[in-house]
Design a protein around this ligand. Structure first.
Ligand SMILES: [Zn+2]
Length: 204
């Protein structure tokens, strides 16, 4: 196996385990992937395997048609969502999908998070919009995710969780952390009158 692929498998494993350590996912929920630069290959976490038990060689390597190139396990059921995002955003090299609590609280309320924090706008490029509900693993969820992301770096999934993306996988994980901080601040601000939009993001 090529060293670049092995490096990407290790990076995907490390990120998946870091997601679990930070409490962004629990059990076997969530997933993450990296696209190998200058190839049509994607490395993604396997389905139904606990993060603590995963090894680097358990990661799944696929081409952009979703065909397995390396790996003994089936890929995450959200593979179609990852491929749809990579297809629509050529600059994206990493994707994390989490079930993080604060952001999911906003997602179950059926709300977007408006642009309220500087770090949110600088890293995620604006509002964190809500993707309409569709069952996990469905083509509709892939389409709704691409639509809610637009040209931004994160979105909420109704009744489900979060997708965060970035140029590299480590950027995607950092963006998921920024989503959680933004969602926490957004929810807390409702205790004292609700958030105000960042002045330079106001549209009228
Ligand atoms: Zn999920």
């Amino acid at each position: 196996m090529k060293p670049l692929i092995m490096e990407a498998m290790k990076e995907v494993l490390d990120t998946a385990q870091e997601m679990a350590r930070q409490g962004l996912v629990a059990g076997t929920s969530g997933n993450c992937s990296a696209r190998l630069p200058d190839t049509d290959l994607v490395v993604i976490t396997p389905t139904s395997l606990e993060y603590g038990l995963m090894l680097s060689e358990d990661m799944c390597v696929l081409n952009m048609d979703g065909e397995t190139v390396e790996g003994r396990y089936s890929p995450s059921i959200e593979l179609n969502m990852h491929l749809a995002v990579y297809n629509s955003r050529p600059e994206v090299g990493g994707i994390v999908h989490t079930h993080q609590s604060m952001a999911t609280a906003v997602a179950v309320a059926g709300k977007d998070i408006p642009p309220i924090l500087e770090e949110q706008v600088f890293s995620l490029y604006g509002a964190i919009e809500l993707a309409e509900y569709a069952p996990p693993g469905s083509p509709e969820l892939a389409d709704n995710t691409v639509a809610a992301l637009g040209n931004r770096n994160a979105c909420l999934l109704a009744h489900h969780g979060v997708v965060a993306i970035g140029k590299r996988l480590r950027d995607a994980l950092l963006n998921a952390e920024i989503v959680e901080r933004t969602a926490t601040v957004y929810l807390m601000s409702h205790l004292i009158g609700g958030p105000r939009i960042l002045p330079f993001m106001e549209t009228d």
